[in-house]
Ligand binder design. Structure first.
Ligand code: BDR
Ligand code: CA
Length: 320
């Protein structure tokens, strides 16, 4: 499943990875991390943090900043069933902090994201790592087109959910990616036999010290400079809300995807998605006591090695 290549005299592990994403500033860090350590075969893009025209433009800009040829595929512009509110208040109205960056001259591929996921799963059958950092709309669509998709994917890592109901979006227990498109999350969680789940509450346990993070960006290269500019607004927003730490959910999920043994505590349980309820729509419901007859579909990540996580962040912006 992995290839290795020599870099700076050491062996660096390479994965074949497809990232489903809605950049978004925390997606941006995850994408930087992935390109440092994995063979990224594509970015399939969905609407989420902001509208698709922005998430697509941001994905194209990122591959330009990284100076790579990773293909970018446009996917779903809306959730499967109901319209949802985006997260422009956190990420900026363009999703990248409203810095008015010069748009990339690159274009997206003509293939739809869901079809690109399916094609990649055939091309790299058994060796593809899928990392889902967005609402699960593209992946749900791919699954509906071909329910055998999970059989060809080596590993699926999902950033989503709030496993004990401490969410960050909409209804109290909902987390953004699941809450934005609960039907899509339901399709994926009920059809995928086994995936790794990195939820919002794990993100809260793995926050980053603001000053240390900013010092790291100051030591980094052009990627760090770009990341610094697009995250200035989000960092101010986080500080303004009195958050003690900087939270980068997608980066944590990417760390788990890149280095599965970074996980120091996890539990396997069944996770479902609540589709109804004024107070509960979008909640991830975990059968912590394994009381129902459904087999565990999710490995729920509870803790990771924080220093290894931070080392991956530093390497991604040339500050390792
Ligand atoms: C998730 O929601 C989005 O705002 C982030 O990009 C991340 O994927 C965190 O709840
Ligand atoms: Ca995201």
């Amino acid at each position: 499943m992995r290839e290795t290549q020599a870099k700076n005299g050491c062996q660096v592990q390479k994965y074949k990875m497809l990232i489903d994403t809605d950049p978004g500033v925390d997606d941006a860090m995850a994408i930087l991390m992935a390109h440092e350590r994995a063979e990224v075969i594509g970015l399939s893009v969905a609407a989420g943090n902001v509208g698709l025209e922005h998430t697509l433009a941001n994905a194209l800009k990122l591959v330009e900043v990284i100076d790579t040829q990773t293909p970018v595929y446009a996917g779903c512009a809306t959730p499967l069933v109901h319209a949802s509110e985006d997260a422009a208040d956190v990420h900026g109205s363009d999703g990248f902090g409203d810095t008015a960056y010069t748009p990339s001259t690159r274009s997206a591929e003509s293939e739809h994201a869901a079809l690109a996921i399916l094609r990649a799963s055939h091309e790299y059958a058994g060796s593809l790592v899928l990392v889902a950092l967005a609402p699960l709309t593209n992946l749900a669509l791919a699954l509906k087109l071909d329910p055998d998709l999970p059989l060809r994917v080596a590993r699926l890592v999902v950033m989503g959910g709030a496993v004990t109901g401490q969410g960050n979006y909409g209804t109290v227990p909902a987390e953004f990616n699941v809450g934005f498109d609960p039907e899509a999350a339901h399709v994926v969680f009920s059809a995928w036999p086994q995936f790794t789940l990195v939820d919002w509450e794990a993100t809260m346990r793995h926050g980053l010290d603001f000053a240390r993070f900013e010092a790291m960006l100051a030591r980094g290269d052009a990627r760090a400079k770009f990341y610094d500019s697009i995250t200035a607004k989000t960092r101010a927003w986080s500080r303004g809300r009195g958050r003690p730490k900087l939270l980068i959910a997608d980066a944590l999920a990417m760390a788990v995807a890149l280095e599965p043994d970074i996980v120091t505590r996890a539990e396997d349980h069944h996770v479902g998605v609540e589709l109804d309820g004024k107070l509960t729509r979008g909640a991830t419901v975990v059968d912590w006591q394994d009381r129902n007859a459904r087999p565990a579909n999710a490995r729920i990540v509870l803790e990771v090695d924080q220093s290894r996580f931070e080392a991956l962040l530093a390497a991604a912006v040339g500050a390792g």
